[in-house]
Design a protein around this ligand. Structure first.
Ligand code: HGY
Ligand code: MN
Ligand code: MN
Length: 409
């Protein structure tokens, strides 16, 4: 089996076909979770699976899968995959490469006529990117979705309901998508690195050691609307200024005191939003990440202490709306070893990397051995500039294939 390789032509054909769905014309895609474009990508996946004569499955969370069943119906399932949803105007590799590679590895096993003691399943998880909830499909499979989490998702409850309606899923069906731990043999994911380390190091594969934890909090600054012309600058309770001060000082504090963490303000909304009214209300969508739970707690305490100190300086009230998150997650040693052996078989160089991006692997790690690899990418990520050289993608798919064969045994 050491000589087994994926079908490169078929792999590239499918990846390129998929990249046309929701294409933004500049190399990127716009396929927010459960949007029309994302659902079109899922239709493409289902048609591809059925055309290839493989079994298609979908669950109450809308996850879409190809399944290659083992001879034993009671056998556990080895899951491989990632996500077909994208961020707003994102790149065509983030998530999609991992789904197409997982599906190509499954077809390679099928074409080789290998009889494995596990079912193999290639899966597209719903809403990995958190346009609606965040890791929705993978947390649902892991049985970690709660009604509370669905009641106040970071993308807004109304947006979630609209997406669920388009996809034909409900709160109940999402929660019912949980799988029994003993039914899962493991989870493997291939993803672009979305950063510079592998390219800078000239290394073929990054074997992920752990994935940072992520927390989202909305901060609402409440001041007072006033006339922008007649109100003296020193007499204003300017919510916009308080929010801007917090963004500046919080970012400086993280760079100074939390070099192993990050903070981001991806959403700023000022109200009433007129040129001639001092903003009485400012909403900040804040997300921060840390490599451990201890650092996450320290970072959260420091950021909230700063917000509460800035409010009175501007005579502005600060309301905190926690939106949840996910804990920093180590990858399973058995998966890391399987990927290292696969790289050995393939003659690929590899190194251990911490992931600064969140991934479905962190959800599955709750219920089975989960691990992932990165392939080198350039242009950052979460933008159309994201890029990976095709030979690197083929290396990743072959490493995924051989790691799966090891995990299957
Ligand atoms: O945001 C992330 O880290 C991931 O791309 N969802
Ligand atoms: Mn991703
Ligand atoms: Mn992403």
């Amino acid at each position: 089996m050491h000589e087994l390789r994926i079908d490169e032509r078929r792999f590239r054909r499918d990846f390129n076909e998929l990249a046309e769905i929701g294409s933004t014309g500049d190399g990127g895609v716009h396929r927010p979770s459960l949007s029309a474009e994302h659902l079109e990508a899922r239709r493409w996946f289902r048609e591809r699976i059925e055309r290839d004569g493989l079994e298609f499955r979908t669950d109450g969370a809308g996850n879409h899968s190809a399944v290659l069943s083992a001879a034993q119906p009671a056998a556990p399932t080895l899951l491989m995959g990632s996500h077909l949803d994208s961020v707003l105007h994102g790149g065509r590799f983030d998530g999609a490469l991992g789904v197409v590679a997982a599906y190509e590895a499954l077809r390679t096993v099928r074409d080789a006529g290998l009889e494995l003691p596990v079912h193999i399943e290639a899966i597209d998880f719903t809403d990995e990117e958190g346009t609606l909830v965040g890791l929705l499909g993978s947390l649902a499979v892991a049985g970690a979705i709660t009604r509370e989490g669905l009641a106040s998702p970071r993308g807004g409850r109304e947006e979630l309901e609209q997406g669920m309606c388009r996809a034909g899923i409900t709160d109940e069906s999402i929660i019912a998508a949980a799988r029994a731990t003993e039914s899962l043999a493991g989870f493997l994911e291939l993803h672009i690195e979305q950063g510079p380390r592998l390219v800078d190091g000239g290394i073929d594969i990054g074997i992920v050691s752990a994935i940072v934890g992520m927390t989202s909090i909305d901060l609402v600054f409440v001041g007072r609307e006033d006339h922008a012309g007649t109100t003296p600058m020193g007499a204003r309770r300017d919510a916009g200024l308080a929010a801007a001060t917090f963004i500046t000082e919080a970012t400086a504090r993280v760079r100074r005191e939390f070099a192993d963490c990050v903070v981001n303000f991806g959403r700023v909304e000022l109200a009433p939003g007129a040129y001639n009214i001092v903003p009485g209300r400012a909403e900040l969508g804040m997300e921060f990440r840390a490599p451990s739970e201890e650092r996450m707690s320290e970072l959260e305490a420091s950021l909230l202490e700063l917000a509460r100190a800035i409010g009175p300086r501007h005579e502005v009230q600060v309301n905190v709306r926690p939106l949840g998150g996910i804990a920093a997650t180590p990858c399973a040693d058995v998966c890391r070893a399987a990927f290292a052996e696969a790289c050995g078989t393939l003659g690929l160089s590899h190194t251990a990397l911490l992931s600064g991006a969140g991934h479905d692997t962190m959800a599955l790690a709750h219920v089975c051995p989960a691990g992932m690899i990165f392939v080198p990418s350039t242009g950052g990520s979460h933008s159309p500039r994201e890029h990976a050289e095709w030979p690197a993608c083929v290396n990743g798919a072959n490493a995924l294939l051989h790691a799966a064969l090891r995990m299957a045994r």
